[in-house]
Design a protein around this ligand. Structure first.
Ligand code: NAP
Ligand code: ZN
Ligand code: ZN
Length: 336
């Protein structure tokens, strides 16, 4: 069948409507009619070819919620009309250094066909066809636009809290209050932490406090912050003052980097003398995603989103790039 989608045809180009041919699903695949798709900053990195690996035309989209439309003949756990979610990962190689250690979300061969929109058409489309391994059942009455961004932005911030063993009552920092950052604030609050939001946008203070931040910081040089926080998560898609954030960590604390920075240059002294750690985080395993979906349901956590019809996808991207989005742009695919 012919499928309508939106694609960038060259680096940094505006997205344009295109059509492509989609064959019937293979044995273990399903075709999902996309209802909503979040716009993650990773889509923008790819549109802009920031990592010099984008193949054009590029159809972005990896925060998908939709309705199962067709199932392959070996598929038994999904049926037509099921409501489902899908994030960055659609499979793993099962053989690499990560997969053989149980770190499926860190599969080093992710870009050889295991990520939703790299080397294959993503979710800014009428339909998406994927194997079922990383597709998640969702309740039929779910707010699809709210759940879609959790499939990547949500899990990417939920996972480090577990990886780095953040506990209730701890003081934690979230750097960069965008799509990922606003989830980190809500999750930290939901886990019973004291939350410090670090932002370069003073106008976000009131809203950021409304969604759960106890403190809003624009001046990181404030001496009162030194050695204060056990855990800091950076969601900024750029380099920040890494050494100052290491100073803000309490002894034994961890700085987790999930925003795609360029070059993390830090002094070794505080890592050695105060046993501070720096680590990363890459989406999350299937079990973690299920755990997150249960957590957001129990804690009644939703996404702060702005809905855009798909034909205004370029307006949505502009709003993200100008820092004006609050806090995730979600595309409504029903009008494609
Ligand atoms: P976003 O919605 O655009 O938010 C980024 C936030 O960072 C902005 O709202 C802004 O917050 C802050 N910021 C500070 N300096 C900035 C700069 N120079 N350029 C842009 N923003 C700046 O992006 P997102 O969707 O949350 O994604 C954030 C990063 O995470 C991206 O690099 C993305 O590729 C990455 N990511 C990683 C994974 C993973 O698995 N590790 C998964 C998903 C996304 P303030 O106004 O509060 O300063
Ligand atoms: Zn993403
Ligand atoms: Zn692998």
């Amino acid at each position: 069948m012919k499928v309508k989608a939106y694609a960038a045809k060259s680096a940094g180009a505006k997205l344009e409507p295109i059509e492509f041919e989609m064959d019937a699903p293979e044995l273990n695949e399903i075709i999902i009619k996309v209802t909503h798709c979040g716009i993650c900053h990773t889509d923008i990195h790819y549109i802009d070819n920031d990592w010099e690996e984008t193949e054009y035309p590029f159809i972005p989209g990896h925060e998908v919620v939709g309705i199962v439309d067709e199932v392959g003949s070996d598929v038994s756990d999904f049926q037509k009309e099921d409501v489902v979610g899908l994030g960055w990962q659609i499979g793993n190689c099962r053989e690499c250094a990560a997969c053989t250690k149980g770190l499926e979300n860190c599969c080093v061969n992710m870009e050889d066909g295991y990520s939703t929109c790299v080397g294959r058409p993503g979710g800014f489309a009428e339909y998406i066809k994927v194997p079922t391994d990383y597709v998640f059942h969702l309740p039929k009455d779910i707010d699809s636009a709210s759940i879609a961004p959790m499939m990547c932005g949500g899990i990417t911030t939920y996972n480090p809290f577990k990886l780095y063993e953040v506990k209730p009552g701890m003081k934690v920092g979230v750097v960069g209050i965008g799509g990922l950052g606003h989830f980190a604030i809500k999750f930290a609050k939901g886990m019973g932490c004291e939350v410090y939001a670090f932002s370069s946008s003073p106008e976000k203070e009131e809203e950021t406090k409304k969604i759960g931040a106890d403190y809003f910081v624009t001046d990181i040089s404030d001496e009162n912050l030194t050695r204060k926080l056990y855990f800091i998560i950076s969601t900024v898609p750029a380099d920040i003052d890494w050494n100052r954030y290491i100073e803000i960590l309490s002894p034994g604390g961890t700085l987790a980097v999930v925003g795609v920075a360029n070059n993390i240059s830090i002094e070794a002294g505080p890592l050695i003398m105060e046993e501070k750690r720096i680590g990363g985080g890459s989406i999350g395993s299937r079990e973690r995603i299920k755990e997150m979906l249960t957590f957001v349901n129990e804690k009644n956590i939703n996404t702060e989103y702005e809905l855009f019809p798909i034909d205004n996808v370029n307006g949505a991207i502009e709003k993200i790039k100008s820092g004006k989005i609050r806090y995730r742009a979600v595309l409504d695919l029903s009008t494609i």
